[in-house]
Design a protein around this ligand. Structure first.
Ligand code: XUL
Length: 529
């Protein structure tokens, strides 16, 4: 291939749409982003979403995401991207959220005109104006009914890789069907946010890929097809509304004429199945078996590459996005950057520098104090509220500012280690953590991560691993799944050693981990969470 060939990756995350372009040598040539709150203020989102009064329902408008695509393509054009060089496009998106296309919408997609923005033409395409997103936790009762219907949480986890979760798409679809049957019946297609975005580039419905599809509680991750029993328990006529799921490296087709005419993409530009942001991060971090990656973003996630799995009630197993025969484990913690930002604002006047200084001013182990901070109902552990324990395990009202900052960061990483160990993660002598996402650039935070896990932490040159992963998957999709993903790299992506564990890390955090487990259990029991 010529030197000029490029690959374009997108990431529709909670707060922004990002784009990155790489060349054939896998070097980044262009990048851009659109912030939903700042660049699209007319939608009045906060953090990219609408948090409803019940404090459980969280949604976002798909038309805002479409407008963000219109904007980012214009920005890339201004940045000098020659769209005709793009050989393939893929994307990553926040997982679990669902988009409901109205009857007749595909017809509208087929006839979009290149002289108008997409958002102007697709306004009328959705049976639900706002899509439920991964932060939603309004479906507890549907989860319970769903698990019972399928034969219990372990059975559901055996089939789909996860017990029922509020943000997973099955309970969201069941809620829609039961509370708004007319809207459900008026829906011709249900997309995930990832397949919704691929649909825009194809101008016809894109299938759901197996990896993001594993975050729905509907896919049989062994058979790699929808599970009949899950579909039946969820809602009627669902198979036809979901379409046929495909392996994540599938070439879905060529780009729609709209983009050829409007932006000058080549007619041959291929669209590779879009997937979830966490599966795309697995690609973006070039994760190897045995290592663990942590993404510190709006949600904090921990993921591992697995060759086999045992069903668990803690965490999720997804089909691996890079090879259909393997799996990946995923743990998601909702209270990531929003909670860090809240404590930064309370204790450090909104300054990350001051936050880091406060963190560095306290010793490992924080004088025996432990904190747990959950602004929203957490996924694992299922808890909400702030809990501060002194060295005698007594609940206290307040910590000093510096103790509060360390209690937050140590508490977040103690929780990650406890729950990663619950899904089978063990620390070997060669283990390493690859950290990515916004907070991975904060040295003081990364040092605590290294100490709590007692392993070295590496960071990538480029913190947006999901977006980079999308661009890398675009190239891999062209080569085909049988061409091993890791073989694409003449040399592995550059990882920088960011922190090494302190000599006394195991001695301090070993006992603290045990205390954390006991205290977490106590809070869950006492509050009946
Ligand atoms: C994963 C999850 C989040 C979203 C955020 O299960 O819910 O990480 O993918 O974008």
């Amino acid at each position: 291939m010529s030197q000029d060939v490029t690959y374009l990756g997108f990431d529709i995350s909670t707060q922004q749409l990002k784009a990155v372009v790489i060349n054939d040598a896998l070097r980044i040539t262009h990048q851009s982003s659109v912030s939903f709150d700042l660049d699209l203020p007319e939608f009045r989102t906060h953090g990219g979403v609408y948090s409803h009064d019940d404090k459980l329902t969280v949604t976002a408008p798909p038309i805002m995401w479409i407008k963000a695509f219109d904007m980012i393509l214009e920005k890339l054009k201004l940045d000098g991207l020659d769209f005709s060089s793009v050989a393939a496009i893929s994307g990553a998106a926040q997982q679990h959220g669902s988009v409901y296309w109205k009857k007749g919408a595909e017809q509208i997609l087929h006839t979009v005109l290149p002289n108008k923005f997409l958002h102007e033409q697709l306004q009328g395409c959705f049976s639900m104006r706002d899509s439920p997103v991964w932060m939603d936790s309004s479906t507890t009762s549907y989860c319970k009914t769903f698990e019972r219907g399928v034969g219990g949480p372990i059975m559901l986890s055996q089939i789909t890789g996860s017990r029922a979760y509020e943000r997973f798409t099955a309970s969201q679809i069941a809620k829609l069907h039961q509370t708004k049957p007319v809207v459900y019946n008026n829906t011709e297609r249900i997309s995930l946010v990832s397949s919704f975005a691929a649909t825009l580039f194809l101008c016809h419905y894109a299938p759901i890929d197996l990896s993001d599809g594993s975050g729905m509680n509907l896919l049989d991750i062994h058979l790699k097809d929808w599970s009949d029993v899950c579909l039946e328990v969820c809602a009627p006529n669902l198979r036809e509304k979901l379409g046929v799921p495909v392996p994540s490296s599938t070439v879905l087709g060529t780009i729609a004429p709209y983009f050829v005419d409007r932006y000058g993409f080549a007619e041959t530009c291929k669209i590779i199945a879009f997937t979830g942001d966490n599966p795309a991060s697995l690609a973006g971090t070039q994760l190897n078996k045995g290592d663990m990656a942590i993404s510190l973003g709006t949600s904090d996630t921990v993921f591992l590459w697995l060759t086999e799995y045992r069903p668990s009630l803690d965490g999720h197993i997804l089909c691996n996005p890079l090879t259909s025969k393997d799996f990946m484990a995923l743990l998601c913690f909702k209270n990531g950057s929003f909670t860090r930002e809240r404590i930064r604002d309370d204790c450090a006047d909104g300054s990350w520098q001051l936050f880091s200084d406060l963190l560095d001013s306290t010793p490992r182990g924080n004088f025996g104090n432990i904190g747990m901070y959950f602004d929203m109902m957490e996924i694992v552990p299922p808890m909400i509220g702030d809990y501060r324990f002194n060295r005698n395990n007594e609940l206290v009202q307040r910590f000093s500012k510096e103790v509060e900052v360390r209690a937050l960061i140590e508490g977040q990483f103690l929780a990650k280690r406890v729950h990663a160990e619950n899904v089978g993660f063990t620390i070997g002598s060669k283990s390493k953590i690859i950290a990515t996402g916004g907070a991975s650039a904060n040295q003081a935070i990364v040092q605590v991560l290294s100490d709590v896990f007692n392993v070295p932490v590496y960071v990538l040159d480029f913190p947006n691993s999901a977006c980079l992963g999308a661009a890398l998957r675009a190239k891999h999709g062209l080569l085909g799944e049988e061409f091993g993903f890791h073989k694409m790299f003449e040399e592995p992506l550059k990882l920088h050693l960011s922190a090494k564990p302190a000599k006394d890390a195991a001695e301090i955090y070993g006992p603290m981990l045990l205390r954390y487990r006991i205290l977490e259990d106590r809070i869950i029991r006492e509050n009946d969470f």
